[in-house]
Every structure is written in structure tokens, then in C-alpha cells.
Design a protein around this ligand. Sequence first.
Ligand code: FES
Length: 156
Amino acid sequence: MTRVDRRAVLGSLVHGTCALAALCAGCGPEWREATVLPLACGTTPGRPEDGWVEVKLADHLALLQPGGSAVVRVPEALLDVVLLHTTPGCYTAVWHICTHGDCHVAPVPGESLLECPCHGSRFGLDGQVLRGPATRPLQTFQAARVGNSVFIHRPL
Ligand code: FES
């Protein structure tokens, strides 16, 4: 499981969707382990026909804990992302393939960023380029947890 520094994550979130959850970062385990988490991240999943793809947490146990991440590939939805549990109950999905070439980016342990192993480009969790040679951002997707699943919005 990849760990992400909470303070760094809070500083880098751009969607502004995790503010409420960030306030609850110190909440007790009963909040974190609730079967249905409050939609504190500002996103309500829609229907599959509207591009919402379900990812079962049972298939990616690393995503249960804040700081965890997993590569999620759903070919039929043209989805290939790194899904990250940024703060309690908040998730973000970042495109997995580097915009500089054809390599797969991965979270850097202990830091709130993704790095490409091929030429060292770095991207924030918002997909923005932090260090080249890449010049174009990674696409990001809305993600929301409901029950034991995370739903990613991947409109086609
Ligand atoms: S392919 Fe990712 S930095 Fe070159």
C-alpha cells in the first residue's frame, strides 16, 4: 500500500471536493468504517449509462485506508487510472499513462504526487505537471465512494 502525506495531500487538492472530509481527518474509526460514507467529497455517482464505473473495494483492498492506491483498468470503459484514497472518504482518479510517452505513472510513497519511471516526470494528484519532460497534464476523473465501492466518472 502506498502512503500519502496528509498535509501534502491537503495542500495539493484542486477539486476542492475534500474540504469537509479534511475537517474530519481526525474523526474516530466509526466514521471511517461506516458502511455508507457521507458524500463529503461533493460528488454523487450517477448511472452506468452516464459513464459511472463501479470499482469494488474488495478487489483493491489497498484503497480501504487513506493513503492507499491501486491501478484500476476497465477496458470496456476505456479506463486505465491510478485510483487514490487521498483523505478519509475522498478519492481521486488520475490517468495512468504518462503524457510524455507510453510509461505508467505511479504514486511516490510518502508524497502526494505521481512519477513516471521512464524519464522522471512528476504530476500532482490534480494531474498537473510538477516536473518535466512531460508538458501536458494527466487527465483526472471524479470519484466517489458509496458503500463498499468507489465510482469513477469516465464519460465516453
Ligand atoms: S514517458 Fe513519462 S517522462 Fe517520458
